[in-house]
Design a protein around this ligand. Structure first.
Ligand code: ADP
Length: 663
């Protein structure tokens, strides 16, 4: 199927821009996908680091307060038995550090001073549990921020003993600052943690300072942390308990009247449970370094990150997760918009491409129609072109030239054809006349001799018949006249009627080929002219054309009659030392051994005259060359002839231009 130029042009334009757009869109699609995911992870890491830093800034002051207060007592700034002084010291520290919920001191005798924040009666409450003379008394005092007493109360039921508490035991046994596990503070019902520091003297342990902090502040901080629209951060204790979560209610359960933290495997946040419960499967949540992952939940993709809390000596892990779409949705929407935009641009530009192609092609199509009309002869090639391109103008000029060449060449071939048939007839007549003259001259000579003999016999006889003598003399005269006519005829035939000129041999060959192309086609023979550019030839152009035509015609007939599988006639020519060697070679059966070549009237064809080869030889020799049959050639038949390429002094010198002009 032939495809039109317009279609190719439009399809190429549309295809190219489609390819360009697809390449840009798909490349940006793949690269943004990666960038978005990386961006999501960075945000999560940032959220985790924030939570970690926040926890540190929250925990460190508690530890420092515990240790500082302990040092103050150890150094005697406040005596460990001055319970009022201790209360003041603890009160001041609590006022300074807003995230602390309570400070307390317990000693080896079981005495206990505890200052805590209170929601009623001024904001602060002190609890004294003191043993005097073996009797334990518990007094509660509510104060406002200026340390003024607002209420006092004695609680005889409270038998609290600090020495039994884990914070006290830890500090005592390790003689170092210690953190407790997170637990729910009884008084505030908030999740909290305590840090305790021993008060030591040379005599041994004097007591322990403890500080309470509510870690709900971290939960509040986490809920305020904007990871993403649906992202969550939570903190896990080493034992798998969720100790901080944006929704505090989720992580505290009431177990038989006791408030407890809930483990990650039981949390009502199914995504967090799915993402992180495997961490607690071994019983110990221990993360040494930041770990990122992706997971699917309910058909949605999530990104998650777990990291240890750095800086504080607490075995806590920060876990964050967020749906990938939180980070990518807007970009994905934008990407979708871009794809649509690209598709629309593709479509518009494709249509524009088709219109441009149509615009470009209109003159080309008009030119094609015009060319068809010119070639059919319905329009003159010289008629002015409608609006068109430079290239088409050039093509039009070339077309006009081609047509007027071709016409000239056709005219030349016609003339050559006419000349050839004229010469052919003349040559045939001449050749036959020569034969007849040769055949008739002998009987005429015999008649003349016999008449001469009869006249002399009649003259010698007496009383000869005068009338007979005059008849014989008349007969002799006519016989001589007949001889003269034949001699004149021979002279006329021998006379060279052709003019020799210099002519372009290649051009003659080309015309000969065109003249014989049709004949070769009828015989189903391939006519090949394998000739380089030759010098000009000296000779009679028409006669030499006749020789070539005769030889090629014989060759075509031979190939045709032989039914050869290879059906070729090849003309070659070489030039050497002012002489041109031309050969006509065929793939026919070769020469019939019964035929004597170049002999008049020798033919194997039923309608042949047997004069062609002898005429050809006469012509070639008359033009200063030779014609022979190459008997050494193995396959088919090969005739060779030489032609003179040197001009002789008497020949008319013709340039190729004047040569053409005279044809
Ligand atoms: P004609 O073609 O009228 O027979 P020619 O003188 O041209 O007269 O040829 C004489 C004979 O020479 C042909 O009849 C043919 O037998 C033989 N002949 C000429 N050319 C070839 C050829 N190319 N191959 C075979 N035989 C040829």
């Amino acid at each position: 199927m032939k495809v039109s130029l317009g279609f190719i042009l439009a399809a190429s334009l549309a295809g190219l821009q489609f390819l360009a757009i697809i390449t840009v869109v798909s490349t940006s699609y793949v690269t943004t996908e990666k960038v978005i995911l990386e961006h999501a992870r960075e945000l999560l890491t940032e959220a985790g680091s924030n939570a970690s830093e926040h926890s540190n800034s929250f925990l460190t002051p508690a530890r420092e307060t515990a240790e500082l207060t302990s040092r103050l007592i150890e150094n005697g700034i406040v005596s460990e038995t001055d319970y009022d002084g201790l209360e003041k010291l603890l009160f001041q520290s609590l006022q300074t550090e807003s995230q602390l919920s309570g400070l307390y001191f317990g000693d080896e005798a079981g005495n206990f001073v505890y200052v805590m924040r209170s929601e009623k009666h001024g904001g602060f409450r002190t609890k004294f549990v003191l043993t005097e003379a073996g009797r334990k008394t518990t007094e509660l005092i509510w104060r406002d921020e200026s340390f003024a007493v607002l209420k006092r109360e004695v609680d005889p039921t409270d038998i609290f003993d600090p020495r039994t508490r884990p914070w006290y035991k830890n500090a005592k046994s390790t003689r170092a600052t210690n953190w407790t596990d997170p637990y729910i503070f009884f008084s505030s019902q908030q999740p909290g943690i305590s840090v305790s520091s021993p008060v030591v003297s040379d005599a041994g342990l004097k007591g322990v300072i403890g500080v309470d902090i509510e870690i709900s502040t971290i939960s509040n901080f986490l809920s305020e942390l904007e990871i993403s629209a649906n992202g969550t951060a939570l903190i896990l204790n080493q034992n798998g308990d969720v100790i901080a979560h944006p929704d505090l209610a989720q992580i505290i359960v009431n177990k038989g009247g006791r408030l407890e933290f809930i483990g990650i495997e039981n949390i009502e946040d199914p995504i967090a449970q799915g993402a992180f419960s495997a961490l607690a499967a071994t019983g110990l949540v221990e993360i040494k370094q930041e770990m990122r992952s992706e997971f699917n939940f309910a058909g949605e993709s999530y990104v998650s990150l777990i990291m240890p809390i750095t800086g504080a000596d607490l075995p806590w892990t920060i876990a964050t997760y967020a749906p990938e779409n939180d980070f990518t949705q807007s970009i994905k929407d934008n990407r979708k918009r871009n794809i649509w935009l690209a598709a629309i641009i593709s479509f518009i530009t494709a249509i524009a491409g088709v219109l441009i192609a149509e615009f470009i092609l209109r003159p080309v199509r008009a030119f094609a129609v015009r060319t068809a009309l010119v070639s059919q002869g319905e329009m003159s090639a010289s008629e002015p072109l409608p609006r068109t391109y430079k290239e088409l103008m050039n093509a039009n000029e070339a077309l006009i030239n081609e047509i007027s060449q071709r016409r000239k060449a056709d005219a030349q071939i016609l003339k050559l054809n006419r000349d050839l048939s004229h010469f052919s007839r003349l040559n045939l007549m001449g050749q036959m006349a020569t034969g007849l003259a040769h055949e008739l001259s002998q009987p005429l000579t015999a008649i003349s001799q016999n008449v001469d003999a009869a006249i002399s016999t009649a003259k010698q006889r007496k009383g000869g018949n005068e009338e007979l003598l005059s008849i014989l003399e008349e007969l002799d005269e006519q016989a001589h006249r007949g001889g003269d006519i034949i001699r004149a005829l021979r002279g006329f035939v021998r006379k060279d009627r052709g003019r020799k000129v210099l002519f372009d041999f290649n051009e003659l060959l080309e015309q000969t080929q065109r003249l014989l192309d049709h004949e070769a086609e009828v015989h189903e023979v391939e006519l090949i002219v394998d000739v380089m550019k030759m010098p000009f030839i000296s000779g009679n152009r028409t006669q030499i054309a006749q020789v070539l035509i005769n030889l090629v015609r014989n060759a075509c007939e031979a190939v045709s009659n032989a039914n050869s599988p290879v059906r070729k006639v090849v003309i070659t020519a070489n030039h050497k030392d002012g002489e041109l060697l031309v050969s006509v070679e065929d793939t026919g059966p070769g020469i019939d051994p019964d035929v004597t070549l170049f002999q008049q009237f020798e033919t194997t064809k039923k309608d042949g005259m047997g004069l062609g080869l002898s005429i050809c030889r006469t012509i070639v020799e008359a033009n200063g060359g030779r014609l022979w049959y190459d008997a050494g050639h193995k396959t088919g038949t090969r005739f060779c002839l030489t032609l003179n390429s040197k001009p002789t002094p008497n020949e008319k010198q013709m340039s190729p231009k004047t040569d053409k002009a005279l044809k």
